[in-house]
Design a protein around this ligand. Structure first.
Ligand SMILES: *Cc1c(COP(=O)(O)O)cnc(C)c1O
Length: 363
């Protein structure tokens, strides 16, 4: 048998999946659970598939410690579809939704919400590459909700605290850090995430919503975007991306087997610590987020002293089996996205490569 080459893939999303998850999918592809069929070939309403639905909900609840008064919903359209669903479910053209902006995703969420509600940006610190303080968040007393992005995937900014919004519902887009560490779900009113970064592949979003917020949607809200409707139909209003749902379940089972979020958190923290250390200790690499308390554990952007070396860095990194390190166009330089699936070995390989590269070209 030829040896299979698996790269250390630092893509921001869709991102690297754990090898055991892919192996499992491969093993089960022709005959899933002795059914003689692939999971891709069966009805989303079949008994077999209802196991996927129930088990994925149960595991999410268990792994994230989600209280019983929160519903777990699944939707098409990734995280961006929820940018529209949010104002349609929780606001109206008469009300004002508050947005905290620390990067491109929050900005996009606010821009989309403007189609269905009034909005107000109550803090915007993205150009300063930092997280605002609680005191800087001037929340409207009658705001329909406050939206923020705990981890901004592109700028690599992560909130070190959960904003206190008093009685105003707090909504968080946790697309790039869901299940990377324990989250105090009860401090949020709605959490949502696409699957393709930390918990599977593209095609699916998870929405965790407190029960009493389910039924406040605008009258013309499309039924597929209406959370109450998703809840009433057990997220099966129409044919869902069943394979993506199954990959989500496999990823959750993989995580549980590892020991859950507190175990993966330690690995994630160690990975991030080592890479930031490598960047900070060198005068060849530079972190774009200077306040260490605001740095992301998942997405680490950094630049090279001389940007003319960027192309060479990427070429040689690829030869060393380190892929997708190119930074976002707005930041430049490099970005290492290291989600739950990135092993310590991947970071060690990256660090060794970076040190050698700096030695060779740093003079
Ligand atoms: C990737 C990402 C999105 C967009 O997800 P889609 O599934 O492509 O819509 C939204 N928010 C954050 C924080 C992300 O990282």
């Amino acid at each position: 048998m030829t040896k299979i080459n698996r790269a250390f893939n630092f893509s921001p999303g869709p991102s690297m999946l754990p090898a055991p998850v892919i192996k499992r999918l491969q093993n089960e592809l022709l005959d899933w659970n002795g059914s003689g069929m692939s999971v891709m070939e069966i009805s989303h309403r079949s008994n077999e598939f209802s196991h996927v639905i129930n088990k994925s909900k149960q595991l999410l609840r268990e792994l994230l410690n989600i209280p019983n008064n929160y519903h777990i919903l699944f939707s098409h359209g990734g995280a961006s579809m929820q940018f529209s669903a949010l104002p349609l479910n929780l606001s109206s053209p008469q009300k004002i939704a508050n947005y905290i902006i620390t990067g491109q995703w929050g900005l996009k969420a606010e821009k989309e919400a403007r189609r269905f509600s009034q909005t107000k940006i109550i803090a915007n610190t993205m150009n300063e590459y930092r997280i605002p303080t609680q005191e800087e968040l001037l929340i409207d007393s009658d705001a329909s909700y406050v939206h923020y992005t705990p981890n901004e995937t592109i700028l690599g900014l992560e909130f070190p605290y959960i904003p206190d919004t008093g009685n105003t519902p707090l909504i968080a887009d946790v697309s790039s850090n869901i299940l990377s560490k324990p989250m105090e779900v009860e401090k949020f009113d709605v959490l949502y995430a696409c699957a393709q970064k930390n918990i599977g592949i593209a095609g699916l979003a998870v929405i965790i919503v407190r029960e009493d917020l389910l039924n406040q949607h605008q009258a013309h809200t499309p039924s597929l975007l209406e959370w109450q409707h998703l809840s009433d139909t057990n997220s099966l209003s129409n044919t869902m991306p069943t394979f993506a749902w199954y990959v989500l379940l496999c990823s959750l089972e993989w995580l549980k087997e590892l020991g859950g979020v507190s175990v993966i958190e330690k690995k994630n923290r160690k990975n991030a610590e080592l890479l930031y250390q490598c960047i900070d200790q060198s005068d060849f690499y530079h972190s774009t987020v200077s306040d260490t308390a605001h740095r992301s554990q998942m997405n680490i952007p950094f630049t090279l002293k001389n940007s003319e070396l960027d192309v060479l860095f990427l070429e040689q990194a690829k030869q060393a089996n380190l892929t997708n390190l190119k930074g976002h166009a707005t930041v430049g330089g490099m970005r290492a996205s290291m989600y739950n699936s990135m092993p310590l070995e991947g970071i060690m390989t990256l660090i060794e490569f970076m040190q050698n590269f700096a030695k060779k070209y740093g003079k």
